[in-house]
Design a protein around this ligand. Structure first.
Ligand code: BGC
Length: 780
């Protein structure tokens, strides 16, 4: 666990100035590089020491049986787990006759810097071997955002005070030994030796390994090419074996001389392409990368990120840590989704093997909201992945005796991967989350082709699920019984309010889409008759409410349950799911994560101001935030309820989740949803940004600590920049057609390049409700 602030607080970089081996695994996650297709953890170049070696390819997994003590109908029989693919980032170093290994000798200095604008991880170190030979090593690493299969490393060694014999072994390593998996159920199964060798090749500076996964039958090819520069008598040789391909570079360096090895690594995988086709694919990708060279790749990376930041940057004056954290979060959200291209965006991105590399609803409800307004193309790609998995979702619905599609709770390829059905299969809300994300995307982009070709089908199939899962009672009221909402400390509840409200929106959106695209709907077998039934169900949807307390109920009867014994729960008994049986959590009023509070955000129009404040006050003392998905949402609603100070503390919790390892599991990978949540807390919380039909509204309310908050957004082909101080809001249409937005309800007409300012009304600062003992967010 990181107990101190490990990184320097700087606006555009994450800098570690000292190497602590005891937190190596955490820093490997923080320094992970990815483009959504390839992911490299921030492992040290030499491969060892390591916390958890990790190289991932989005969509490459192995299957394994899911064992059950008691069998039951419809339980998923096999699970999917992300695997560590061939590692192309290893560069081992021999200094005279000693291995460069930071566990030995003397480390004079070691610095790693993740540069958020250049999109590279830089490392410099100064080390003396146990025998006293001193060298400096510099490396720069990137995963290209413009050439999706490419990773690259520039590795340099120089002696400090005497001539040194240097050997660099640049390797491709398959089936690396992994540390034993620990007991936390959220960590991966970390399958050992999942790759069967098919081809190994080495010639000149070129290396290649091709493998196949044993059970999932996926072919993985990784190839490398090198540019070596050093003294004239530098020699190279290469060799390959089934699980190892190696280029060996040997040289003798005098002080002032440098050996530089530039390594380009290409990755490819396929479930269908042949061995020669895969070999050719990675060779071709290498040729393209070599054509541009290291410098070209670095320039493309910078240009790609300059463009991203021009669309997406968030500026915070008054809290440097949050400033750094929101950019760190945006960078990792971009890395997770940029080139995922019709593949899932896993909960950890490609930064670690936590949660077995599965994607959850985190994608649609946390990651896609950010990408919708910063990199919308990635959203269409992510939702097309859902569309591609419709066959599996239809099959699952049929297996469950339901109509339409039942999307999986957790998955890599589309099949349900949750063996614990009360919090897996029963969490049907994922269907409505997908619908919500696509409605948001279409409204924010106006992408009609997508709405017709992808949106309609997803809406129809998800609406069918709701209609068959719920029922009208004798009064005509529509209920959805026996489901699990976002709060995983309740399960198989009747009329979960989040599920019902989101299902209502899903049903209505589907009916609207059928009306808009009747011909295409007909092809899906959907007609007015069916959409009228959806509208009826939506209109009659039960919304649980306790009239005595005048609060909404998270699910029918929730407010009648016994309260959890918060006073008798010790600080070290959190997260509760690791210390108490689920059956007890399920029967008590205790909330793992925002559920009704999330509904007040996603379906805000369903609640008036008074109920937002009352509900928030009721659920705060019950909410323990054992999920990292909670703090950001609580921040947003706390702003609306007038608790700006509390909102600020929650924002910091979401923002620092991984930079400070608040949940003690950053080693398994980053909490991408929480990182995305930082943007949500700032932009939709303090900025009050909401989509209203085809435009945007803002209701800025800044916490005392912020003297300024500014952000950029893309919306319907336009670029917007919004800037708030405590007194003034300034809206600028950077490019695109004129647009009318709203500022605290008032219309603001924007024309390109002409900023418009409005005063910010005085804020209300209301005393905040209490949280359960030991669960108050850290006060800043
Ligand atoms: C949360 C889920 C979430 C999952 C993956 C769990 O702890 O309760 O809502 O989808 O983590 O992030």
């Amino acid at each position: 666990m990181i107990t101190h602030r490990s990184y320097a607080v700087e606006p555009w970089t994450v800098r570690e100035t000292e190497l602590s081996l005891d937190v190596l695994a955490q820093s490997e996650s923080v320094f992970a590089l990815s483009n959504g297709h390839v992911g490299w953890r921030g492992n040290l170049d030499e491969g060892e020491p390591h916390g958890l070696p990790g190289s991932y390819l989005n969509g490459v997994y192995e299957v394994h049986p899911l064992p059950y003590a008691e069998a039951g109908y419809g339980y998923p029989e096999s699970g999917q787990t992300v695997i560590n693919v061939t590692n192309g980032k290893v560069l081992r170093l021999l200094v005279n006759d000693e291995p460069f290994d930071l566990r030995y000798g003397r480390l004079h200095s070691h610095e790693r810097v993740l540069d958020l604008r250049r999109g590279v991880l830089e490392r410099t170190c100064d080390w003396s071997s146990p025998a006293g030979t001193r060298v400096r090593v510099r490396s720069t690493r990137m995963i290209s955002l413009t050439q999706r299969s490419i990773g690259a490393v520039a590795y340099e060694v120089e002696p400090v005070d005497c001539h040194v014999r240097i050997v660099v072994q640049s390797e491709l390593v398959a089936n690396e030994q992994l540390p034993e998996a620990d007991r936390d159920p959220r960590a991966a199964l970390a399958l050992q030796s999942p790759l069967e060798p098919e081809e190994d090749f080495a010639s000149g500076h070129r290396l290649r390994l091709v493998h196949r996964t044993r059970n999932s039958g996926l072919r993985v090819a990784v190839a490398a090419d090198h540019v070596v520069s050093g003294p004239e008598d530098t020699t190279t040789s290469s060799e390959s074996h089934p699980d190892l391909a190696r280029l060996t570079v040997a040289s003798v360096l005098e002080p002032g001389q440098t050996l530089r090895v530039e390594k380009l690594v290409a990755h490819g995988w396929s479930g269908t392409r042949s061995l020669p086709a895969m070999s050719d694919q990675v060779d071709a990708a290498l040729a393209a990368a070599a054509h541009d060279g290291w410098v070209g790749l670095a320039e493309q990376q910078r240009a790609y990120l300059d463009d991203f930041w021009a669309r997406a940057d968030v500026e915070v004056d008054g809290d440097e840590e949050i400033q750094q954290a929101v950019r760190f979060g945006l960078f990792h959200v971009l890395q997770a989704g940029a080139r995922a291209e019709e593949r899932a965006i896993p909960a950890k991105g490609l930064t670690g093997s936590g949660y077995d590399g599965h994607a959850f609803w985190d994608t649609e409800m946390f990651v896609l909201p950010v990408l919708t307004y910063t990199a919308p193309d990635a959203v269409a790609e992510a939702l097309r992945w859902r569309q591609n998995t419709l066959p599996a979702a239809r099959e699952r619905a049929a297996q469950l005796g339901l109509r339409g599609a039942a999307f999986p709770w957790r998955t890599i390829e589309g099949e349900e991967g949750s063996a614990y059905w009360p919090a897996g299969t029963a969490a049907f809300h994922v269907n409505a989350d997908i619908a919500h994300a696509l409605v948001r995307y279409v409204a924010a982009t106006g992408d009609e082709d997508f709405a017709r070709d992808t949106g309609l089908e997803l809406l129809v199939e998800t609406a069918r699920l709701w209609r068959s899962l719920g029922h009208h009672d004798h009064r005509g009221t529509f209920h959805i019984d026996g489901v699990t909402g976002p709060d995983e400390y309740s399960a198989i509840a009747d009329d979960n309010i989040y599920t019902n409200l989101m299902a209502r929106a899903n049903l209505l959106a589907a009916a609207d889409a059928v009306e808009r695209y009747p011909k295409e709907a007909e092809r899906l077998g959907a007609d007015d008759e069916e959409s009228a039934a959806w509208r009826d169900a939506a209109a009659a949807m039960h919304i649980p409410y306790n009239p005595e307390l005048r609060v909404h109920e998270q699910s029918a009867g929730f407010t009648r349950y016994q309260r959890w014994d918060f006073a008798g729960t010790r600080a070290d008994q959190y997260p509760l799911m690791l210390h108490f049986p689920y059956f007890d959590l399920y029967r008590k009023q205790v909330v793992k994560q925002a559920d009704l509070v999330l509904a007040m955000y996603t379906c805000g129009h369903e609640f008036d101001e008074e109920h937002i404040a009352r509900n928030f006050a009721y659920y705060e003392p019950l909410t323990v935030r054992d999920s990292s998905l909670s703090a950001c949402i609580q921040a947003v609603i706390a702003v609306q309820a007038g608790h700006l100070r509390l909102a600020y503390d929650y924002t910091a919790e979401a923002a620092l989740m991984d930079l400070e390892d608040l949940e003690h599991n950053t080693r398994d990978g980053l909490h991408i949803a929480s990182l995305a949540g930082t943007w949500m807390a700032l932009v939709t919380g303090f900025g009050g940004a909401r989509r209203a039909g085809n435009t945007l509204e803002f209701s800025p309310r800044l916490p005392e600590k912020f003297s300024r908050l500014a952000f950029c957004m893309v919306f319907r082909g336009r670029r917007l920049r919004v800037e708030f101080t405590q007194q003034t809001a300034t809206y600028t249409l950077v490019s695109g057609d004129p647009l009318t937005v709203r500022h605290h309800g008032e219309a603001v007409e924007l024309r390109p390049g002409a900023p418009v300012s409005h005063p910010v009304p005085p804020q209300k600062h209301l005393p905040a409700p209490e949280q359960p003992p030991h669960r108050r967010p850290n006060a800043r």
